[in-house]
Design a protein around this ligand. Structure first.
Ligand SMILES: [Zn+2]
Length: 316
């Protein structure tokens, strides 16, 4: 092969790509990767960037972003992640609180018609979970459960790089297992769900009730400083999380539990304390490593690229 031919081969490989787009409430992140990239590790991006979310005309706005990013390259697959309820099998956004213009939108079909390429639409939590499981804190383990702790509690069981959806697409809702049957009313209508104890609003309320001021960052800072009331609030939350994890281990027996989301940020108060309680309380359970997530805000975009690489050549 001459140098010119070798250069042409490199250009040709770069010219066939997959595109992953993580659509957030305020910004849209994109990652472009070679279509022949390995799924064993995060690919070196051909392009990566961020745009404001096109909230008023999202389909046209997203199509314009795709056109601008792909340039002259041929895309083998486009995967988008959306915050909200997504019918992943049909590519329909059922409901998105952050981008109401997408409610009921057959986003996959519309972008396929506009762009002429296969398009998948997935839930943003699922995207972040597959990335953490395969390329982040769960890398090297085939069976990973990923939890995201924030305003709500999201969960996803990822096996072999794919989310196990359950028969109706709603598996993994660990935030709504009952911890205290006589506890507070949850957003789901039941009482005492995990979310009513360790969701960010619940933690803020517990901290205020204990005499603290400020949000969860102030709570965790006071906990670090050894503040007695903060210690009680954080230990109560970690205890509830530990009970949920023990239930999870009894049901699913994952090889690794990855905990991310805003409440799991360094120095990982809830994660480390919950892991200690789990170890103390386990009986027959096989307790896997319980580790903080590592990919941060690019987890979702990485998950869309991984999904695109895995699904190339299928459902075309
Ligand atoms: Zn609930």
């Amino acid at each position: 092969m001459t140098d010119t031919e070798a250069a042409a081969t490199i250009v040709a490989a770069d010219a066939i790509a997959v595109l992953g787009i993580d659509v957030g409430g305020s910004s849209v992140k994109h990652l472009l990767a070679r279509a022949d990239a390995s799924t064993a590790r995060p690919p070196e991006p051909l392009a990566r960037g961020r745009n404001a979310t096109p909230k008023s005309a999202p389909v046209d706005g997203l199509a314009a972003i795709v056109e601008a990013v792909r340039g002259d390259r041929r895309l083998t697959r486009l995967v988008l992640s959306i915050p909200g309820i997504v019918d992943e099998a049909r590519g329909i956004v059922v409901r998105s609180t952050n981008i109401p213009a997408l409610d009921g939108c057959a986003l996959g079909d519309r972008l396929e018609a506009e762009l002429g390429i296969p398009v998948d639409v997935i839930n943003d939590g699922h995207a972040a979970a597959v990335a953490e499981a395969s390329w982040g804190a769960g890398a090297g383990v085939d069976d990973v459960f990923v939890l995201a702790l924030g305003t709500g509690i999201a969960g996803a069981h990822v096996v072999g790089g794919r989310v196990v959806p359950g028969a109706h697409g709603s598996a993994g809702e660990l935030g709504h297992i009952t911890i205290d049957p006589s506890g507070s009313v949850c957003s789901c209508g039941r009482r005492g769900c995990l979310e009513t104890i360790i969701g960010a609003p619940a933690l803020r309320a517990a901290w205020a009730e204990a005499g603290g001021s400020g949000g969860t960052e102030s709570l965790f800072a006071a906990h670090t400083d050894g503040h007695a009331a903060a210690k009680r609030v954080v230990e109560h939350a970690a205890s509830a999380l530990a009970e949920a994890i023990l239930t999870l281990c009894a049901l699913v027996d994952p090889g690794c539990i990855v905990i991310g989301g805003g409440l799991a940020q360094a120095p990982h108060h809830l994660v480390t304390l919950a892991a200690r309680f789990v170890a103390e309380r386990a009986t027959f359970h096989r307790i896997p490593p319980i580790v903080p997530a590592t990919l941060g805000e690019w987890a979702g975009a990485n998950g869309t690229v991984l999904t695109a690489l895995l699904r190339q050549g299928t459902l075309v």
